[in-house]
Design a protein. Structure first.
Length: 462
């Protein structure tokens, strides 16, 4: 697909007033450095461009400040710098001044106008603010439901359309479109949200009336503190350890698997779960990115989109208890069982563990990709988690037909059972080959689903 070619993607950049490519918990300079590597910008050219842009926008002193501590105007300036570091030919701007105060709006407009004059970079601007268009655009095009309704000089735009404003509302209760009609033309009304069209001259009178008549909603979304996440995961880990203690106390072989070998299987399950939890927040965030359109920013980067979406944020805090505990159980069970510590045993065990981790990545990304087709995928997510938890107990404890399903149809047992069986000399060569091959097959299926999903994606505004 032409739009996905990396050379093409290096020619443009996108800045959206309501979506960000900056990491909120890090200084903007870290995001700039990441973009330098993504776009393969020469170090000297990067330094010159960064110095020029930070000087023009007067934010040089803010480069080391955490992004979430910046004002909205300062953040938007950083967004512009991040987008222009690789000197794109075309800059797409979607509501770049939305929510900014008057001085910040003017600063952004002055910069864009100067930058356009100096570099001849093409600017494509979409905005509800006629002031943005008046300051930047000699020619304006109005598109309504896919049809061009105006294409001409800017002066005519203000005369025809500039006397109207749109107000988006969100209340604590459902809204009545009949009652809203007294404030302006109701363009849309769904549950507790509405879109009103009002006269510009009557805006100052309309807003106080709306605020007085409707309850205001304030929403604040924050990440779970790291220490809280670790505490929760430690609780789950203790539950798993209690199960391991029960197996050791029983001390009996079950279907050819000793208690120590079952301990190694449980340890492998805990270790894989820990590593999986380190990347799972990216999986969990994917449906939200599809719904709110924040995936748009990632699609413009000249790197593998799947890699960027699924591995861009790694949580090293939450996996630590599981990884440490799982590794300890594996070593303990290995020693108690008296298994030989040879290169073949250790390398085979490690290779099958890595294959299991890769298989986990492929199998449990697929349910998240259904968000490209369905609005709500919570049921599929819960089902996939339940299937993964079959590994809570070694597969030898299940009936023969369940084991066959878990190895060849939905190969979850390959993830945590095969490494122990190989080290114990109980995994036939054919199943060893299957354990190494099935992640490759799963990756092929997952990539097919991913490509189909991207073809279906039309962004939040599509």
């Amino acid at each position: 697909m032409h739009l996905r070619r990396r050379g093409y993607q290096r020619r443009f950049a996108i800045v959206m007033g309501q979506k960000s490519q900056l990491w909120p918990d890090l200084p903007a300079l870290d995001t700039f450095e990441l973009n330098r590597r993504i776009y393969e910008i020469d170090e000297d050219a990067y330094r010159r461009t960064l110095d020029e842009l930070t000087g023009l926008l007067d934010v040089r002193a803010l480069l080391q400040v955490q992004v979430r501590r910046l004002s909205l105007g300062e953040r938007m300036k950083m967004e512009l710098i991040a987008a222009l570091l690789h000197r794109p030919d075309i800059l797409y701007l979607d509501e770049p001044t939305i929510g900014l105060d008057i001085l910040s709006q003017r600063s952004i407009r002055d910069f864009l106008k100067y930058y356009n004059e100096q570099t001849r970079t093409t600017l494509l601007l979409t905005s509800h603010y006629t002031a943005d268009i008046e300051a930047l655009c000699p020619r304006s095009i109005i598109i309504n439901h896919g049809s061009v309704v105006f294409d001409g000089p800017l002066a005519e735009v203000s005369e025809v359309f500039g006397h109207k404003k749109l107000i988006a509302l969100k209340a604590q209760r459902d809204l009545d479109p009949v009652g809203l009609a007294r404030f302006g033309a109701v363009r849309e009304c769904r549950h507790n949200t509405a879109l009103l069209e009002v006269d510009r001259d009557g805006l100052e009178r309309c807003l106080p009336q709306l605020l007085g008549a409707l309850p205001v909603v304030d929403l604040d979304v924050r990440d779970i503190p790291l220490e809280e996440g670790i505490a929760v995961e430690c609780g789950y880990m203790l539950i798993k350890l209690m199960y391991a203690v029960l197996i050791l106390n029983a001390g009996a072989d079950i279907n050819g698997l000793s208690a120590n070998e079952m301990l190694m299987c449980i340890g492998t399950y805990i270790l894989v779960t820990g590593v999986y939890m380190g990347v799972y927040p990216n999986f969990w965030a994917l449906p939200l990115s599809v719904r709110d359109g924040s995936l748009d920013m990632l699609l413009t980067k000249p790197v593998n989109t799947q890699f960027l979406v699924t591995l861009r944020k790694l949580d090293f805090g939450m996996p630590l208890p599981d990884v440490a505990c799982g590794a300890a159980l594996i070593a303990w069970g290995w020693r108690r069982e008296g298994l030989a510590v040879t290169f073949t045993n250790v390398a085979g065990f490690a290779a099958l563990c890595l294959a299991g981790l890769f298989l986990t990545y492929c199998l449990f990304l697929i349910p998240e990709l259904l968000s490209f087709w369905f609005v709500a995928g919570n049921g599929m997510q819960a089902l996939s988690s339940a299937v993964f938890d079959f590994n809570n107990t070694p597969m030898n404890l299940y009936p023969h037909w369940v084991r066959r399903l878990g190895i060849f149809v939905l190969p979850v047992f390959v993830i945590t059972n095969f490494p122990t069986l190989f080290a114990a000399g109980k995994l036939p060569p054919a199943l060893t080959a299957w354990g190494l091959a099935v992640p490759v097959l799963a990756f092929g299926v997952q990539r097919l689903v991913w490509r189909r999903a991207l073809r279906r994606y039309t962004s939040a505004g599509g």
